[in-house]
Ligand binder design. Sequence first.
Ligand SMILES: *Cc1c(COP(=O)(O)O)cnc(C)c1O
Length: 462
Amino acid sequence: MSMTKIPHRLYLTEEQMPKQWFNLRAAMPQQPDPLLNPATLQPLGTADLAPIFCEELARQELDGATPYVDIPEPVQEVYKMYRPSPLIRAYALEKALGTPARIYYKFEGNNTSGSHKLNSAVAQAYYAKQQGLTGVTTETGAGQWGTALSEACAYFGLSCDVYMVKCSYEQKPFRKAVMGVFDAQVTASPSNTTQVGRQILAENPGTTGSLGCAISEAVEAALASGGTKRYVLGSVLNQVVLHQSIIGLETKLAMEQLDEYPDVVVGCAGGGSNLGGLIAPFMADKLQGRSHTRFVAVEPASCPSLTRGRYAYDFCDTGHVTPLARMYTLGSGFIPSANHAGGLRYHGMSPILSKLYHDGYMEAVAYEQSRVFEAAVFFAKHETILPAPESAHAIRGAMDEALKCKQTGEAKTILFGLTGTGYFDMTAYESYLSGRMTDTIPTDEDLQRGFDSLPAIPQNRM
Ligand SMILES: *Cc1c(COP(=O)(O)O)cnc(C)c1O
């Protein structure tokens, strides 16, 4: 470490912002298993993906070999409105914890959408526009992805149809209003506007919806558009991890300027894109034998895909209209308990992160939501940022790493991803502050019901 005092916030200059994304798959000794066509169980090609995804995004999805991908100029232009994002030294948090560890966080909540999701939304909207499409369809859970995508679509002049998980639609009316400002068309899911929505409603009329179900509706809406729209997704997919690598690339550059390198990298894991993007260049170092950094994925105990899921081929959605991906999954039929307020509710996990975890390059921990909100409030008081509940999982993980350092006296360098702010999550904060928040951990029987929904294909019996 250099002897000069490290600043509280390190901003790269605009010129220093990376002009290429980094494709972590190109550094992996073994590739994640390929996406499969559920009808034939054969690996998918770009032609199979063309009706669902934008051409360039389908190409990126299947390209595990090209290490660096140019960020198109118009995408860089939007990035410059809110990037580079700051790398912050958490001096106040370190002091409050009494830890010898040095804690850094990369803050992605500084843009108007309030999360890292804008990084991929801008790229995906740009490619859709470039292909001559009129619009895109998508799902959103807590609403951050829908917000980010609405903003990107408004900028590039595309329509944006958002299927929003019904319980969020009802609990977060302001999210819907924000998307409305950007002209998005928001529909509560399951809805009766799609076949798959009607079918899910018929089977389970009282359902509050799930991400997997909203994905099914959004894919159907894209397929029904007569080729004018495509479906876009805010996490999980390889292309999204690629776009989110901007987070890790900037972080690595900034840390180099400080003569720092992380011993531990901690991030929250929903679909895995923010964590995949944050760790990308550091993980490449580890895979190529240049470092021994530990990587820790943090997930909710009520939706424990990595820590309690199966590594199996599964559908990415409840309606089974998407390709099969081999990933850690709780089964596409799994729906987290309704009192879970901390986000990160997706049943599966990025195939890239799943593979790295399966091969022993990454660790995972799960926390109950009350401990996550405890960390969120502690962090807010000391670092003056009100974190998104999702991000607070990473805070909890990083705080616990720092507390371990306190016990051992080790001055480790801990890096974590602060993915966003929590101003639309005040109902959850209120529930925590009033002592009404409860923790629900699924039983093995609950999980078994999800596993029963896994497709019965040969790979899954191994
Ligand atoms: C969506 C979201 C997450 C989850 O991100 P993944 O990349 O899907 O793991 C985390 N934090 C915030 C603030 C989010 O909006």
